[in-house]
Ligand binder design. Sequence first.
Ligand code: 5AD
Length: 320
Amino acid sequence: MSVPTRAEILEALTGEAGPLWERAAAVRREVFGDAVRLRGVVEITNHCRKRCSYCGMSRDHRALPRFRADGLEEVFQAVAGIARLGLGTVLLQGGEDPRSDGLLEGLLPRIRSALGLRVILNVGERPRAQLARFREAGADGYLMKFETSDEGLYEELTGSRLADRLQNLRWLRELGFRVGVGNIVGLPGQTLASVAEDVRLACELRPAFVSASPFIPSEGTPLEQVPPGRLDLVLRVLALYRVLLPEALIPSVSALEKLEPGGQVRGLQAGANVLTANFTPPAWRERYVIYSPRRFVVSLEHARATAARAGLEVDPRAAC
Ligand code: 5AD
């Protein structure tokens, strides 16, 4: 499908919503049937060298107690729990913390050979050579959300350059990763036209995975007083992603549930088809504060109940 214009996207974001929901539901059914896929996530470090003003794990958030998994065994056991439950994919996630690279390089081959799981990384930007080492060690997916396509806004909020992130995305693709991108809806200073541009950029990047999350004001960050993103707008973006990128795996993220109980059910109904259950050891989990110290932690039970409430079935073995 050709990449739509910003005006076409704006029309879908603001016009009558009924046809959009119907098209998204039809595309999802046609491509994936009634199945929702499950991933497990393990968070391996909350150290981060970036200073994103929306994020509770920013390096400027001095009060936050930090952790870094340094024993291979502890993480391996958490990941093994995911395999035991029959899930096919683990997402290893962390702040941008190059000091965790050694651990990851040791862990990846073991996860592949001993557990047979597919691995997706979400650990931030690296030099190309390091991304290549992750790939060789056995990672096959990599998430790198661009957050906003607006260069000025990106720089203002993250203190870093969007061009660097897009360069990383190009490297990931060249290295043969299945690439995931995503945006945050409702950032301060973001216009509707800017969100439309985010959708356009995501389509242009032809991702295997794509996500949209509402902005959640996180306590203890400079943006804690800013109102959250609008659920209906995030849902429209998800529906558009389903229509424009029919084969993409689209998670219904926990921030939707934080915004409104039942938000993840609505995400699935809008066109998402992946849920991510949390398997981080509890002592680390509570320090992983991205969008809130009281973020919504998805259990496997919650994921199953969410799928059921959306009228969908869980397909745990399907790799994702
Ligand atoms: N609201 C929504 N999403 C957030 N993230 C971090 N902070 C927030 C927030 N306040 C998301 C970003 C980031 C990921 C780690 O968590 O998309 O890439």
